[in-house]
Each structure stands twice: as structure tokens, then as C-alpha cells.
Write a protein that binds this ligand. Structure first.
Ligand code: PLP
Length: 278
């Protein structure tokens, strides 16, 4: 199928910068079809998260079961888990043949904590063994593993069963951003990126969803990660600032009036051009 279906389990961020909307936009831009299931509804603005209301795990189960009976899901992207009961439900629902990308969202960009220790326990014990690619930033990798040194942290999490880990380095004090890809039984690969000046809302969601899109298209993991990084960097370089908070990545190219007009000329509605001639 040329538009593979990707199940997305993540939180709803009403700013549209992070969470489900970031995932849907990214997957759509990269030629995949997102099937979004909310793990939590949040109250937030582009400065910080003010509250989070987890969705009943029974509802998450019912939605995923309805989807999997119907749609050919090939991959899954998991973001904000909501809480320990939601994380347990998600671990139960993952099918063994999916490529699964998990972005462990532990804190909002504005600093608000989004995951308690009980959720982290479920993540480590029940979810990690089912994950194809984990995409923590450096503080998340340290919090999940209890290790300071990032290579040691990654090795510990690989030992817990996930197949690969991309540790992002934007929170580290280096001049360039050094992302590191750790794959079981392979030497680590450093992927350097020019540092951009702003802080972004939804950059981690964008990167993880872009990786899920590549895997859903059947790309090898290393290639999927490299292309996902290139895409994400572009979305950040072209980000926009809707208020005085964080920048929001531009994940979907705007259709120009020229390309809109030419697509209408190829497939005109019955009353074209009168309705669209402006
Ligand atoms: N998902 C939700 C629902 C969020 O509210 C946030 C951050 O506020 C994130 C994910 C993570 O966002 P980022 O990609 O900026 O780490």
C-alpha cells in the first residue's frame, strides 16, 4: 500500500504544536496515513502544559481494537502515555509485526512534568521490550535508565529489549546538536545537526513520527532515522511563532495558489472555474 497506516497513541495538545496534531501532520507530509487515538487531553499553551486528563484505558483499547480489525496497520507511534494504566493498555495492544516508535515524553518544553515514576516503571518493564525505536532526548534517556553517561544509558535500555535508540542532543550544551543512534550489536552512529537558535514545541513528536513514517514505508532503520532528521530539521528551520511562546514546526508545505489552480485544472469541480477564479 503506498499510504501505509500508522497507529498513533499520543496526547491532544490544543495548541496544535505537539502531540497528536504534530504526528498527524508529519505522517501526512511523509506519505503515511495516521490513525490517531488520544491517550490524554491536555490544557496548555505554547509556553507550558497546565493540566493533563488521561483517557479511560477501556476507551483506548476499544478504539485500537476497532482499528486493527479494519485497517492494515503496519507501524505505531507512541508519544505521551497519559499514565500507568494507559501505558499498560498500550503495551497489551501492540502487535508483534508492527514497527513501533516510542517518544518518551517526560516533560513539556516549558518544564511541566508529564510522567510520574509509576508510568516510567510500566514503560521500562512492559513497553521497552516491544519497541523498535526509542527516541528520548538526553535528559529523558538519563531519567529512564538512571545512568548519566548516554552510551551506558542506551546500552542499559537496549538490554531491556528495545531494538534501537536515538538519543537526541539538543538539550546538551554542545555547539552543534549531536544525536546518537544506538542499535543492538552495532557501533553507535553520531548524527550531527547545525543548532537552530529557537526553542520549538513538538520537535520530538515530529522526529519520532517521521521515523515511524519511514519504517511504515519499509525503509531500513538507519535510513529512516537519517531521513527523519533531515525532514525534522527543515520543519524547524521553517518554524513559525504564533505568539511569544515556543516556535511551532512547519510540517506541511502550504499549497501555493499556482499548484492549487493547476490541480483544479486537472480535476475540475463541475462549476470550475467560476467558483475558484479569484
Ligand atoms: N505530547 C504532548 C501532548 C505534549 O503536550 C508535549 C509537550 O508539551 C509533547 C508531546 C512533547 O513535545 P515535544 O515534541 O516538544 O517534546
Amino acid at each position: 500500500m503506498n499510504r501505509p497506516c500508522v497507529l498513533v497513541l499520543a496526547g491532544l495538545d490544543p495548541t496544535g504544536g505537539a502531540g497528536l496534531q504534530a504526528d498527524i501532520e508529519t505522517l501526512a507530509a511523509l506519505g503515511a496515513h495516521a490513525c490517531p487515538v488520544a491517550t490524554a487531553l491536555t490544557v496548555q499553551n505554547t509556553h507550558n502544559v497546565l493540566a493533563s486528563h488521561p483517557v479511560d484505558p477501556k476507551l483506548i483499547r476499544a478504539q485500537v481494537q476497532a482499528l486493527t480489525k479494519d485497517l492494515p496497520i503496519v507501524a505505531c507511534k507512541i508519544g505521551f502515555l497519559g499514565g500507568p494504566a494507559q501505558a499498560e493498555a498500550i503495551a497489551d495492544l501492540i502487535a508483534p509485526d508492527w514497527s513501533v516508535v516510542l517518544d518518551p515524553v517526560l516533560a513539556a518544553g516549558g518544564g511541566a512534568g508529564l510522567a510520574h515514576e509509576d508510568t516510567l516503571q510500566v514503560l521500562r518493564q512492559s513497553l521497552l521490550p516491544k519497541i523498535t525505536l526509542l527516541t528520548p532526548n538526553a535528559p529523558e534517556a538519563r531519567a529512564l535508565s538512571g545512568e548519566i553517561e548516554l552510551a551506558t544509558a542506551a546500552r542499559k535500555m537496549l538490554d531491556q529489549g528495545c531494538q534501537a535508540i536515538l538519543v537526541t542532543g539538543a538539550h546538551e550544551p554542545s555547539l552543534e546538536v549531536h544525536n546518537q543512534l544506538f542499535i543492538a550489536n552495532h557501533p553507535p552512529k553520531v548524527l550531527d545537526w547545525p543548532r537552530l537558535p529557537a526553542t520549538y514545541h513538538g520537535s520530538g513528536c515530529t522526529l519520532a513520527s517521521a521515523c515511524a513514517a519511514g519504517l511504515a514505508h519499509g525503509k531500513p532503520l538507519e535510513l529512516a532515522v537519517e531521513q527523519a532528521q533531515a525532514y525534522t530539521w527543515k520543519t524547524l528551520e521553517q518554524a513559525f511563532l504564533p505568539s511569544d511562546g515556543q516556535w511551532i514546526p512547519t510540517r506541511i508545505a502550504q499549497m501555493s495558489s499556482v499548484s492549487l489552480r493547476s490541480s483544479l485544472e486537472t480535476h475540475p469541480p463541475s462549476d470550475f472555474p467560476s467558483r475558484f477564479s479569484a
